[in-house]
Structures are given as C-alpha cells and as structure tokens.
Ligand binder design. Structure first.
Ligand SMILES: Nc1ncnc2c1ncn2[C@@H]1O[C@H](COP(=O)(O)OP(=O)(O)O)[C@@H](O)[C@H]1O
Ligand SMILES: [Mg+2]
Length: 259
C-alpha cells in the first residue's frame, strides 16, 4: 500500500490508508454533531482483532484534520501502541494514576502534528481498580478540556472488565471486529456487555476484511444513548444509522443492523 500514515519513525502499520481512516473519522464526527470534545474508545471482543492498529490510525486521521488529538493507551495489560509510535513505555497512564501526577509530564508528541500520546505505563497489579478510580475519571475530564479528541485503546471486552469500566465515562465506543475470526456470538456478547455498562456504542469496524471468509450476516446495532453521562456532559446524540458505520481498510460494510 502506498499511502501510509506515519505516526512514528519506525515500524508502521501496513493497512493504513489515509482516506479510509479519514472516512472513519467523518463517521465518528457524525455521531457527535453537538459536541466539541470527544472521548472515544476502540475495543474488541477478543485480543488481536486490530483495535490498537485501528485506534492509532484513527487518531492520526483526527490529528491530520487539525484536531488536537490524544492517544491514551488504556490497555495496561497488553500495551503495544507505543511501538507504533516508536516511543518507549517506561511510564504512562498507570503512573499518572498511582502517583496522582500531572499528566503533562507524561505526554509524548508524535511525529504527526497535533497528535499526542500517553503510553500505558508500568503494569499495575490490578488495572481494573486503576480504571475505576476517581483519579482516572478526573483525568479524563482534565484531558477532555485540553484535547479535541481523546482516543482510548482498551483491553478485550470478553476477557477483562476494563473496557466496561471506562466505557461509561467515554463519549463513544467503536467495536473492532476481526473478519472471519470473531464469532457472531462473541460480537453480540461484547456489544451487550457494553450496553449493560451504559456505553454509547457508535459503530463497528470490520477489520481484516478482503479475505475470503466473511462474517457478514450478524447485525448488531448502534444503541441510543441511555442517560447518566459522566463528568457533567450532556446526553449523547443518538447514533447514526448502519449505512454510516465506519468502514475499515479495504473492506465491505457490515450487514444491516437491527435496532
Ligand atoms: N487490517 C489488518 N491487516 C493486516 N494486519 C493487521 C490488520 N489489523 C491489525 N493487523 C495486525 O494484527 C496484529 C494485531 O493487531 P492489534 O492492532 O495489535 O490488535 P489488538 O490491539 O486488537 O490486540 C498486529 O500485528 C497488527 O499489525
Ligand atoms: Mg492492542
């Protein structure tokens, strides 16, 4: 592929086609017509579905559109985003929370203008407890005052509760689905888990598409936001329809969604 978004100086993602991630950005924008600052989680039912890859590239697309964007690696169990940015993860989110430190001391500037990164930091013994903390909640509030977009990378939904915990404090969640691998049941269960956590699921990215095997045919919806927003934010707008779902690199759109 010729058009790659270079977010770091080293290893780069193969699938990154700027226009596709721009489209994904536009879909996300469409979900939040009224809001200026947006905190968006990229997660998946299971590991290795491509959430870090997609999240990093969407963050780069946001930044390329002149939006001050922060990539926050909240996958403290298996952090890898720093590799895509070619930076080290010696300290980061976990240290901000445990030390009650000022996040400004932990921000990296990526190679892409307008793009900033906070890595996951040292692995805590209990990441869920960190993410449930008042300190993490207030950190998100502080960050959302500073950045136009905050893109969060989180662990797999069906393995650990971390994403559920954070999701109610984010403006939206995008589910990344590995085409041909993740079962309908797993996707459905992940989606339902998010809804139970009061998450605003704004869409899905079908990743690794373009392969022969396909998982089209299951539908899972975009929910209308339930009340009870974090940090005093107003209720979110209802999500867009299925025809506006984010479309991943080089793939077809997922099947129609049943609401
Ligand atoms: N669309 C894609 N095409 C090819 N390789 C991909 C694609 N998406 C992800 N990958 C690769 O798959 C692996 C897992 O992706 P990653 O983003 O780390 O998944 P997750 O964060 O869900 O565990 C990585 O090696 C990544 O480079
Ligand atoms: Mg990951």
């Amino acid at each position: 592929m010729n058009e790659k978004l270079r977010v770091g100086s080293g290893r780069n993602v193969d699938l990154a086609i700027a226009s596709i991630f721009g489209k994904l950005k536009a879909n996300i924008d469409f979900s939040f017509v009224e809001e200026k600052h947006r905190t968006i989680i990229f997660s998946s039912a299971l590991p290795n579905e491509g959430k870090t890859t997609i999240a990093v590239n969407v963050a780069a697309a946001m930044a390329a559109a002149d939006k001050k964007t922060l990539f926050l690696d909240a996958d403290m169990r298996n952090p890898t985003a720093h590799q895509l940015f070619s930076i080290v993860n010696t300290r980061g989110l976990s240290d901000i929370i445990s030390q009650g430190a000022d996040w400004r001391q932990f921000v990296f500037k990526a190679k892409v203008p307008n793009l900033y990164v906070i890595t996951a930091g040292r692995k805590p013994s209990n990441p869920s407890r960190f993410l449930s903390s008042e300190r993490f909640h207030s950190l998100l509030t502080e960050l959302s005052a500073e950045f136009d977009y905050i893109i969060l990378d989180t662990p797999p939904i069906l393995l650990v509760p971390d994403t559920q915990i954070i999701s109610a404090h984010a403006d939206g969640v995008v589910l990344v689905i590995k085409n041909g691998k993740t079962s309908r049941d797993s996707v459905k269960e992940a989606h339902e888990t998010l809804l139970r956590a009061n998450a605003n699921v704004i869409g899905a990215v079908l990743n690794h598409a373009g392969k022969k095997e396909s998982i089209y045919g299951y539908g899972y919806g975009v929910n209308n936001r339930t009340p009870g927003r974090p940090h005093g934010a107003p209720p979110k707008r209802p999500t867009h329809g299925t025809s506006e779902k984010p479309v991943p690199p080089g793939v077809k759109k997922p099947a129609p969604v049943s609401k």
